[in-house]
Ligand binder design. Structure first.
Ligand code: CAA
Length: 389
């Protein structure tokens, strides 16, 4: 469908699509197999401005808008979901938080490095004992006697880019007695080359294997007070605000992989013959094609709506929580649906590692889980509609 994109939007869509098909798609299978972070690709993406799409030029970003961001994410995800995950974490979870809550000094010191692709950023909220219930974290940061730094201890899990990240926005408890408990959470920008920072176990994952996910550990890690992001006790709100932006990125990557699966299914349905006909002439296949196409286009509209709501928020200051959650919910379930149906249409060939379909299927599953499960998205949408709290 025609979204009436500007010339600038069409340009970035074409440029990123071209880059992703030439540079990312041919090596996606390799990185998936070895489960290695694709650093050379990320560096190239940084040079193209793709690691700081919405960051203003004064902080070395590309200075573009959210529509440009979702279009670029979609194109990268068509080639490889894992690479788009890394892009999403850097653009949304790291940059967005720094841009909105960072001091000028933090922006010049950390944001510019990540937006330009010189350094890798990450975001760490989850802990082994707290996932969906993000406010119940056990890690602690205690203010030093002279008040110049915090001493951070604890274990965080499921950190995308954990094995390689240079800077990580970490959420931890600075006031364990706070009531409600999430008012005790604060956010810090962590430099990973300092003593007390330990990279932990790398997760052996079903999909997005190249996005390299690990635990990280803090053992009496000293973080200067000037590295706190936002105010003490405001960490949970920052984490939630940033996830609103992140969820739009995950929705866009879901759309990208859904489209790749759909395109492959369409081609096979047109070519493959059984019982003397093209399989696309059987209604059983036609229904699948119709449902895939409809869900893909509905996802696109929800993503576009969320991107425009995020753009409008720049002047109105209004939250776009519901729009982001609806886009992520619907697009991630569409990604799972389309990758599943595409394999079904291909039959045995779809199950084979000879084709990328099984990778699309494995990669798609995470979109229903990370940055808030589908159940959490439903809870967020319903709470915002019902206003019962
Ligand atoms: N924006 C701003 N503030 C928000 C907010 C939002 N979207 N959502 C909630 N808040 C604020 C509330 O206003 C409230 O503030 P006050 O205390 O000042 O009134 C506070 O946050 C607490 O809100 P709730 O009472 O709604 O909090 P809750 O404990 O019921 O939890 C939740 C809400 C929606 C379940 C939330 O915990 C949540 O989103 N959980 C999922 C966490 C998640 O997505 N984790 C993924 C981590 S990142 C990742 O996946 C790894 C990766 O690298 C990709």
């Amino acid at each position: 469908m025609d979204l009436h994109l500007t010339e600038e939007h069409k340009m970035i869509q074409e440029m990123v699509g071209d880059f992703a098909q030439k540079e990312i798609a041919p090596v996606a299978e390799h990185y998936d197999e070895v489960g290695e972070f694709p650093l050379p690709i990320i560096k190239k993406m940084g040079a193209l401005g793709l690691m700081g799409i919405e960051v203003p030029e004064e902080y070395e970003g590309a200075g573009m808008d959210t529509v440009a961001y979702v279009l670029a994410m979609e194109e990268v995800a068509k080639a490889d979901v894992a690479t788009s995950t890394i892009m999403s974490v850097n653009n949304s979870l790291f940059n967005y938080g720094l841009l909105h809550f960072g001091t000028e000094e933090q922006k010049h010191k950390y944001l510019a490095d990540v937006a330009s692709g010189r350094k890798i950023g990450a975001y760490s909220l989850t802990e082994p004992m707290s996932g969906s219930d993000a406010g119940t974290m056990r890690s602690r940061a205690t203010l030093s006697d002279d008040g110049s730094y915090y001493i951070l201890n604890g274990r965080k899990s499921w950190v995308t880019g954990g094995p390689v990240a240079d800077y990580i926005v970490v959420f931890t408890m600075t006031d364990p007695d706070a009531k409600p408990k999430h008012h005790g959470v604060s956010a810090f920008i962590i430099e990973t080359d300092k003593p007390g920072f330990v990279r932990g176990k790398v997760e052996p994952k079903l999909g997005i294997r190249a996005s390299a996910t690990s635990e990280i550990l803090f053992e009496d890690y000293k973080v200067p007070v000037e590295n706190m992001l936002g105010k003490p006790g405001k960490g949970f709100k920052i984490a939630m605000t940033v996830l609103d932006a992140g969820r739009i990125g995950i929705a866009s990557q879901s759309l990208g992989v859904a489209e790749s699966a759909y395109d492959a299914a369409l081609e096979w349905a047109r070519e493959r013959e059984a019982f003397g006909k093209k399989i696309g002439q059987f209604e059983g296949i036609m229904w699948k094609i119709a449902d895939m196409k409809t869900r893909i286009e509905a996802s696109r509209l929800l993503i576009y709506q969320a991107a425009l709501a995020k753009e409008a928020a720049k002047s109105s200051g209004q939250r776009f929580t519901t729009e982001a959650a609806m886009a992520k919910l619907f697009a991630s379930e569409t990604a799972m649906f389309c990758t599943h149906q595409a394999i079904q249409i291909y039959g045995g060939m779809g199950y084979s590692k000879e084709l990328p379909l099984e990778r699309y299927f494995r990669d798609a599953k995470i979109t229903e889980i990370y940055e808030g499960t589908s159940e959490i998205q439903r809870l967020v949408i319903a709470r915002n509609e019902l206003h019962l709290r």
